[in-house]
Design a protein around this ligand. Sequence first.
Ligand code: HEC
Length: 109
Amino acid sequence: MEMKRKQLGTLTLVAALFAGTCLLSAPAKADTAAGEAMFKAKCAGCHGADAKGKEAMKTRDMSSADVQKQSDAELTAIITGGKGKMPAYKTLSADQVKDLVSYLRSLKK
Ligand code: HEC
């Protein structure tokens, strides 16, 4: 009985250490909610609060296949480098752009 309890304790400790290591080594995940908030604050003027696009700006529905078929790298390049009337957002951090792309991906139908 005493032995079993000790083994269980060791097992719990090993499991806890393992879980801790996994958490620490996992790459930072994009924050979709932060991306959505940023989009509404900075991008909605031209893309619409729901990212469905604005007729007057000739922006496309972000949930459409035409937008979604582009790679993360392509969307990132447009956000940071601009395209046509789309301004370049050079001051956003890589993580912020990742959050924005993650939000756009979440709109995929
Ligand atoms: C001043 C208006 C304006 C603002 C503000 C703006 N955009 Fe744009 N955006 C555009 C226009 C216009 C296009 C279409 C560019 C083209 O294809 O010629 C575009 C295209 C894009 C595309 C490519 C989509 C497609 O149709 O393939 C992405 C992604 C994008 N914008 C993201 C963003 C994000 C994220 C923000 C906010 C950080 C933002 N935009 C802010 C005007 C704007």
